[in-house]
Design a protein around this ligand. Structure first.
Ligand code: BGC
Length: 363
């Protein structure tokens, strides 16, 4: 991934525009996501038979349930039956379960498989096996290794989004301080790229970071690690939650330690627990991904690859350099109501609201 220095300035500008306007172009959770333009009449497959389109995620979590909603909505819009569109996640980070699931669907002659590889090096051989069997292989949420057989990565630009998180925390900690990092993987590229981007953004500031804590996508472990880090570092000034449950894990630990507002917290994603953390002033900002879109577009792309051919499908879907960047929104207490209003204006159902909540409580 290219990381020119000027990207930092570009990001700052983009982030500040988003923070000011906060009109979610396609917000993070399914409730809050602008559904991609849905096909009202199922398109013709042009005589091509779709066997199965498989989407493999990483862990059981509301974030992945949002991806699943996108997957199912795309299948429906494309006129596919429930048996033709399969979504799978293991309970927590589990590379072998992902490999086994790929093997199962290679043996069944799937049309295409979209996977979020928890360990891109470990997954690549089975992804190659699938591609060699004529199965379309793409990735979502978590990028593959460089030179992968995955034709397209659909998701967040994780390095840039990590930088946004770092810039945001830097703004919250003008005097620097010690910051803890919680993440769900030491191998998944999205976790590594977010951390790299974050570290790049805080370079030269007074912020120092503790070693990232790896919970392997297990939220109970994430909470234990956050609790221990706060007890062991009484001077902790900030925390960064790299994966969707890391923000809530830090938030609980911060509340239990009586340090709301003292430890500044920046998280990823916009599931309901995270929005609640913002409303309770324990999470100061979150980088909301658009996971529903990742699921939706993964199915749509594979379908088009099968029915229209790879080149046309990629052109139709706006693939650039092998990537469909689904984008992010930065949400703070100051912009949450705008985020909600923008979602409502698009008739996106939310399972939270800000009624009776006053953002000035978080100042
Ligand atoms: C990440 C996913 C991860 C999820 C839940 C998200 O922020 O993009 O890769 O599985 O959090 O842990």
């Amino acid at each position: 991934m290219k990381r020119p220095i000027f990207i930092l300035f570009a990001l700052l500008t983009i982030a500040s525009v988003i923070l000011t306007a906060c009109a979610p172009a396609a917000p993070a959770s399914p409730e809050a996501t602008e559904a991609p333009v849905e096909v009202t009449e199922a398109p013709s497959t042009g005589g091509v038979e779709i066997s199965k389109i498989i989407v493999i995620g990483k862990s059981v979590h509301p974030y992945w349930s949002n991806v699943e909603l996108g997957v199912k909505a795309a299948g429906k819009a494309l006129g596919l039956s429930e048996d033709q569109v399969i979504f799978f996640v293991p309970p927590k980070e589990d590379v072998n379960a992902q490999i086994q699931t790929m093997e199962t669907y290679i043996a069944q002659g799937a049309t295409g498989i979209a996977i979020a590889p928890s360990d891109p090096n470990a997954l690549e051989p089975v992804m190659k096996k699938a591609a060699e069997a004529g199965i379309f292989v793409t990735t979502l949420d978590t990028p593959p290794v460089e030179g992968s057989v995955s034709k397209v990565y659909i998701g967040t630009d994780n390095y840039s989004a990590g930088m946004m998180a770092g810039e945001t925390l830097k703004g919250l900690l003008p005097n620097g301080g010690v910051v803890g990092i919680g993440r769900g993987s030491d191998t998944a590229l999205n976790a590594l790229q977010r951390t790299d981007g974050f570290l790049k953004a805080i370079e030269g500031s007074g912020i120092t970071t503790l070693e990232p804590l790896n919970d392997k996508e297990d939220s109970a472990t994430a909470l234990q690690l956050a609790n221990s880090a706060i007890s062991a570092n009484p001077d902790m000034a900030g925390a960064f939650g790299v994966y969707a449950y890391n923000g809530p894990a830090w938030a609980t630990a911060i509340k239990e330690a009586g340090k709301v507002g003292i430890i500044k917290l920046v998280s990823f994603d916009a599931t309901t627990d995270i929005i609640n953390g913002i409303k309770e002033c324990v999470i100061q900002a979150t980088i909301a991904q658009r996971e529903y879109d990742m699921g939706y577009k993964s199915v749509e792309l594979i379908y088009k690859m099968a029915t229209e051919g790879v080149e046309k499908a990629m052109a139709d879907m706006g693939v650039k350099d092998g990537v469909i960047d689904t984008g992010v929104d930065v949400i703070t207490a100051a912009t949450l109501k705008d985020y909600e209003a923008a979602a409502k204006a698009k008739n996106i159902p939310l399972d939270w609201n800000t009624e009776g909540w006053d953002p000035s409580a978080c100042k």
